[in-house]
Design a protein around this ligand. Structure first.
Ligand SMILES: Cc1cc2nc3c(=O)[nH]c(=O)nc-3n(C[C@H](O)[C@H](O)[C@H](O)COP(=O)(O)OP(=O)(O)OC[C@H]3O[C@@H](n4cnc5c(N)ncnc54)[C@H](O)[C@@H]3O)c2cc1C
Length: 376
């Protein structure tokens, strides 16, 4: 395939480069969670105002109506400019775009794209992660409303969110995959308690959420009652897919930082560092072209198939290997507290094989749906 930009893509790339040359934040992303979140929200808004958010989304809901390859170009250029990454928002909005009513799309998508309204994903529960269909949080119809009770866990950014896309069991008598609905829940509704959890990296990215007789309007369901499983599967497919794994820019930046340090003679064992740097460079480049190939194969708005599990497995491997390398070549500094960002990134990379569905589950998906192997 041809990896070069089409004339339209090349125009977009140069416009983006010009914009980045005067808009990349001068200060580094803050360490502290709250400050980090608000800094990245500000960056989100700035990108939106520049016309670089929702590139492949329909214009009528606040998007730019471009192709998905534009999203990959955005990620590449952000990395090249040393800018913070683009916000990881698209996959939740996709559920509303695909399954929501016209009213829901017009009400919620523009705020999600502009960054004025923050969303979280209320899927996982203490006993329902990989086996999501065993979720127990309930949504019971009562007087034209839904009454929600239960608990969610690992909900990223719940402490900042305005809305949650919540999966709840709305029909206890239906087969377990069919009795689930997807609901839009305002996070300020009475009866919601959010408790942040501390990760090994020290950050408090995700939370527990408790729902105690939380009432939401009857029209809060996305799609029809019982559509929740389809919505969940489409959402996680986008979450694993090539646009939302456009993290290659971040990896490129880290490889460039390693290279700069290598050139400055900053490593005790330069021969080993050189080999590992070369391997990291090649792995990130493979990921970059793989993402481009996946994107160019997919039509605009198509729900990714089992192939998105391959994308996620590859991304996980690249991220974990890269941060392992960065840790090793900087040793012993990170362990002595001298390079907190290196240690933070290393710990965070461990979560990539869990978030959005574990690597074992991705392998099961590829084995069954991609290779046609039997379930046992
Ligand atoms: C950084 C991060 C952010 C997250 N953000 C969110 C969020 O915003 N919203 C949300 O809803 N969730 C979120 N999650 C939760 C995530 O989706 C779950 O952790 C994940 O789906 C795994 O579920 P679990 O933790 O319950 O593990 P389990 O399902 O209990 O799995 C435990 C282990 O058993 C293995 N296993 C389970 N079943 C099988 C099987 N059939 N075959 C082989 N191995 C199996 C798993 O691979 C894993 O190693 C986040 C997780 C992380 C790490």
């Amino acid at each position: 395939m041809d990896f070069r930009d089409s004339p339209r893509e090349a125009d977009f790339r140069s416009r983006l480069r010009r914009w980045l040359s005067s808009n990349v934040p001068r200060s580094a992303v803050p360490e502290e969670d709250g400050e980090r979140f608000h800094f990245l929200q500000e960056w989100h808004r700035r990108l939106y105002e520049g016309g670089f958010i929702g590139l492949a989304w329909p214009a009528e809901y606040g998007g730019q109506g471009q192709s998905e390859v534009h999203e990959a170009i955005l990620n590449e250029e952000l990395g090249a400019a040393g800018a913070p990454t683009a916000p990881h928002i698209g996959f939740l909005g996709r559920a509303i775009l695909l399954f929501g009513s016209e009213e829901q799309k017009r009400r919620y998508l523009p705020g999600l794209l502009s960054g004025d309204e923050v969303w979280c994903q209320g899927f996982s529960e203490p006993d329902a992660g990989s086996d999501l269909a065993s979720l127990r949080t309930s949504a019971t119809p009562e007087d034209g409303q839904w009454v929600i009770n239960g608990q969610k866990v690992w909900t990223s950014d719940a402490q900042y969110a305005d809305f949650c896309l919540l999966l709840a069991r709305s029909d206890r008598d239906a087969p377990r995959h069919r009795g689930i609905s997807g609901l839009i829940v305002p996070m300020r509704a009475p009866g919601i308690k959010v408790v942040p959890l501390v990760q090994i990296s020290g950050s408090r990215e995700f939370c527990e959420m408790y729902f105690d007789d939380v009432r939401v309007p009857g029209d809060s369901v996305v799609g029809a009652p019982g559509d929740g499983w389809r919505i969940a599967m489409a959402t996680v497919a986008f979450e694993r897919g090539p646009v939302d794994i456009g993290f290659s820019s971040r990896y490129q930046r880290e490889v460039a930082a390693l290279e700069a340090r290598f050139r400055d003679g900053g490593f005790a064992d330069p021969e080993s560092a050189r080999r590992r740097l070369a391997r990291a460079y090649a792995a990130v480049e493979v990921l970059r072209v793989h993402v481009l190939r996946s994107l160019s194969r997919r039509g605009r708005g198509d729900v990714p198939g089992w192939e998105s599990s391959v994308d996620k497995l590859l991304m996980t491997r690249v991220e974990q290997d890269l941060h392992h390398t960065v840790m090793d070549v900087h040793a012993p500094e990170p362990l002595l507290g001298a390079a907190p960002e290196v240690l933070h990134n290393y710990f965070f990379s461990r979560s990539q094989s869990i978030t959005g569905g574990t690597s074992e589950i991705q392998k099961n998906i590829v084995a069954r749906r991609g290779l046609g192997l039997p379930a046992d």
